[in-house]
Design a protein around this ligand. Structure first.
Ligand code: TYM
Length: 331
């Protein structure tokens, strides 16, 4: 059975981008692959969370993983920092990762632009830690959103370089995947780009948002004054709403609004109402379970203990083999 690895940073509540880009794929893949899904709490340290926030955010992602339908009896769910072997592998891979290529990573450039006062070394080597996460369990498939594609390319580079250096074929090449073949990028509601946690309040719809909050956010989404001629290409802000509709609605609904747009009869208010109701329906079961699971401390602790043990077993084996390949011998 092929191995799948993926993770989400513990930076707060999960939104529809995380869901359609990652978690929904996790749930669909768990029965067909040997899956490891983790909470990337080490990665979240780049932005210096307080200990209280770190704990609360790790717990929140764990609750939402379970609420979304990841089954801990089938998939291995664990917390990255509970498997310290990953840090050792990260160090080895760092010896073969070059400053130039790390500086050229799109995610690094974005972070530097957004926060020039916090360009730390952890941020620079972020893709190396991500490669260590993936290679630690020999994953070949990594379900992620489109924004992570370059990181997977870098992972392949690091894996191949290790193999070449030590004249081995130890690491296989992992690839970014989506259950629906195409990697997705879910847009935000501000009309500017992807849905994200740091893009400002109102841009993201969270899995835990109540129906009232979802309606309010969607009704405030940016639009324009409408098409003036039939069959014109849609401007980005409008295309974004259609992309969201494609994610949560049926093909018939999308086609219906597409026809209205193309014949200049569209009323954005109607489109938004439909979009909000379909978002509410698409997230209903997850939303309900978030509440129940969040109150069950014993269950959460049991899942974490069980997952950590399984993940460490696989991690210890890999790190022992890597040490052997590198040439650390017992005296
Ligand atoms: P993170 O925490 O930013 O996002 C978690 C997952 O959600 C996806 N995602 C989106 N997909 C589509 N549209 C969006 N608007 C959107 N926003 C977020 C991301 O692509 C990702 O799949 N580096 C990773 C975490 C990580 C990881 C790994 C992932 C660490 N180690 C190993 C895979 C394998 C990150 O920051 O994701």
């Amino acid at each position: 059975m092929e191995t799948v690895v993926s993770g989400i940073r513990s930076t707060g509540k999960l939104h529809l981008g995380n869901y359609y880009g990652a978690v929904r794929n996790f749930v669909k893949m768990q029965h067909e692959y040997n899956c490891y899904f983790f909470i990337a709490d080490l990665h979240s340290l780049t932005t210096h969370p307080t200990p209280e926030d770190l704990y609360a955010n790790v717990r929140q992602v764990m609750v939402e993983y379970l609420a979304a339908g990841i089954d801990p009896e089938v998939a291995t769910i664990y917390i990255q920092s509970d498997v310290p072997e990953v840090v050792e592998l990260y160090l080895y891979l760092n010896m073969n990762a070059y400053i130039g290529e790390l500086e050229r990573a799109a995610s690094f450039k974005d972070k530097v632009r957004a926060n020039p006062d916090n360009v730390n070394a952890g941020l620079l080597t972020y893709p190396v830690l991500m490669a260590a996460d993936i290679l630690l369990h020999h994953a070949v498939k990594v379900p992620v959103g489109k924004d992570q594609e370059q990181h997977l390319e870098m992972t392949r580079t690091f894996a191949n370089r290790f193999n070449r250096l030590y004249k081995t074929d130890y690491f296989a090449e992992p690839h970014a995947v989506s259950f629906n073949k195409q990697l997705v990028k879910i847009p935000g509601l501000d009309g500017k780009g992807k849905m994200g946690k740091s893009e400002g309040e109102g841009n993201a719809i969270y899995l835990s948002d109540s129906p009232e909050v979802i309606r309010k956010k969607v009704m405030r989404a940016v639009t324009d004054s409408g098409p003036t001629q039939p069959n014109q290409p849609k401007p980005e802000v409008i295309q974004n709403l259609f992309t969201l509709l494609e994610a949560v609605s049926t093909a018939d609904t999308v086609q219906h609004f597409d026809e209205l747009y193309n014949t200049c009869q569209i009323r954005y208010g109607d489109l938004k109402k439909q979009l909000a109701e379909d978002m509410i329906a698409a997230t209903a079961s997850v939303r309900e379970r978030i509440h129940d699971i969040s109150n069950d401390n014993d269950y959460i602790s049991k899942v974490i203990r069980q997952g950590n043990e399984k993940a460490r077993e696989s991690a210890r084996k890999t790190v022992a083999e890597v040490r052997e390949i590198i040439g650390f011998r017992k005296f």
